[in-house]
Design a protein around this ligand. Structure first.
Ligand code: ATP
Ligand code: MG
Length: 438
């Protein structure tokens, strides 16, 4: 409201566009608001105290109020003679245009509505309101051409169809299957952004199924076939995504690192198992498996470095959850403990780790210092009584859960605590320096 008002008072046109209008009209809570205007980025910046021009060729302005950022862009036209790559992908899209031209360069009719919050009026050049009422997702212009211009639009079709629970217009859907491979030409950082939007849509599971139905996953998550087809992997990922969707719908934040860690886990776990079966030690085998899977994925979709760091920590913690000895005290103090623990619980729920292990950890997390000490003593005595390590009860051994005594002992020997995350080790509630379980 303030962004539009300020621009209009200065004599410019200014409208809310995109998801903010679409979702409001549908009675949904918009994720954010974007503004379109005929003011140039420099004009916009001059009008606001806190405004930053973002991007070099394709400039937009971030207008900031408190913690709110309003992405403000100048009306643009799609050039008919735009520079493209050999598949028709538009390389530049930075020519200012009229408002009508701006509507035409947008992706779907329902995304091309302009709302003037001061005059309380919606401008609809392309029949977006009718499509909104009919709950139809319709690409503006010739769909095949629009997908060639920007293959990411295929992912957007999948995302909006799942999120809005709209039917995809037949002509909009038809070309996707045959053009799916064009996704491979999209810069991997852009692909990551769009995939993240898809996974954070609150309908991630439905989106992934749709991606596969349309053959779009090869260029994005090549292992999706594997994930969705293996009975084991499917259960794990479906649980993870269902949990993610529930969090998003409840308005909670989600961690991209955690999300991608779950998506790629099956691959890591398989490789880890294979290496251990070939005689490698548990921890180095896991590190190798992680590196290989991350390298493989990097070629397709550039997961940002900070998320990769989270993924490594979450995965790297897993062997340490597979035991219940004294080392548990240090695991508890790890900076990423919570994420690692949640991840472990998913593995338990998917049947990859024994139920009892998850229960032991939950009891351990929730206990007071005396209770923790009791749990540690219980685990130690069970392991002394020849039941192996851990909770000592009969365990199902499935998937990544093989826990030979040797692997467990190595866990401690070959996984030194990184400096810093265990600084409080010696005055931890359980008291005394940590010792190996057995
Ligand atoms: P969300 O609720 O996910 O933010 P949105 O429709 O606002 O949905 P954005 O990615 O924020 O999606 O984009 C804002 C608007 O910019 C879109 O509604 C659409 O009009 C236009 N747009 C975004 N990406 C494209 C694209 N690849 N091709 C054409 N128009 C696009
Ligand atoms: Mg938006």
């Amino acid at each position: 409201m303030r962004t539009c008002d300020t621009l209009q008072r200065a004599g410019y046109k200014a409208f809310v566009v995109g998801g903010g209008v679409r979702d409001s009209l549908l009675g949904l809570q918009p994720k954010d608001f974007d503004v379109a205007t005929n003011a140039t980025p420099e004009d916009v910046q001059a009008l606001f105290r806190r405004a930053r021009i973002i991007g070099r060729r394709f400039k937009i302005v971030h207008v900031m109020f408190g913690r709110e950022t309003i992405e403000t862009s100048t009306f643009r036209a799609l050039q008919t003679d735009a520079e493209t790559d050999e598949h028709g992908r538009v390389l530049r899209d930075n020519v200012f245009g009229t408002q009508h031209e701006d509507a035409l360069r947008r992706d779907f009719t329902v995304n091309a509505l302009y709302y003037d919050p001061i005059g309380d009026q919606v401008l609809d050049y392309l029949g977006g309101v009718a499509d909104l009422k009919a709950r139809v997702l319709r690409m503006i212009g010739d769909p095949a051409t629009r997908y060639r211009e920007d293959p990411v639009r295929m992912l957007r079709t999948v995302r909006f169809a799942a999120k809005l629970q709209f039917d995809v217009d037949a002509a909009t859907l038809a070309p996707i299957r045959s053009l799916a491979d064009l996704i491979e030409n999209v810069p991997s950082a852009r692909l990551f952004d769009e995939m993240l939007k898809l996974l954070e849509s609150g309908h991630a599971l439905a989106c992934l199924h749709k991606l596969r139905d349309e053959g779009l996953h090869h260029g994005v998550l090549p292992m999706l076939d594997l994930i969705l087809e293996q009975p084991h992997g499917a259960r794990f990922v479906e649980l993870a995504l269902a949990q993610t969707d529930a969090r998003v719908r409840a308005g909670k934040s989600i961690s991209p690192g955690f999300l991608f860690a779950t998506l790629l886990w099956q691959r890591v776990a398989d490789r880890w198992q294979a290496r251990k079966a070939a005689g490698e030690h548990s921890i180095p085998a896991l590190m190798e498996a992680m590196d290989r899977v991350l390298d493989e994925q990097a070629a397709k979709l550039a997961i940002q470095r900070r998320h990769i760091a989270d993924m490594r920590e979450i995965w790297g913690l897993q062997p340490r959850f597979e035991r219940t000895g004294r080392s548990a005290v240090r695991v508890l103090e790890h900076l990423r403990f919570r994420a690692g623990y949640d991840f472990m619980l998913l593995r338990v729920e998917a049947g990859e780790l024994p139920q009892e292990l998850g229960e032991w950890w939950t009891a351990f997390v929730e206990a007071d210092p005396i209770g923790r000490e009791a749990l540690l003593n219980e685990a130690a005595s069970e392991s002394r009584s020849g039941n192996g390590n851990g909770t000592g009860r009969k365990r199902r051994r499935r998937g990544g859960a093989r826990r030979s005594g040797r692997a467990a002992a190595e866990g401690d020997a070959s996984a030194p605590e990184p400096e810093g995350d265990s600084a409080a080790g010696s005055d931890s509630p359980a008291g005394g320096p940590s010792q190996p379980a057995s």
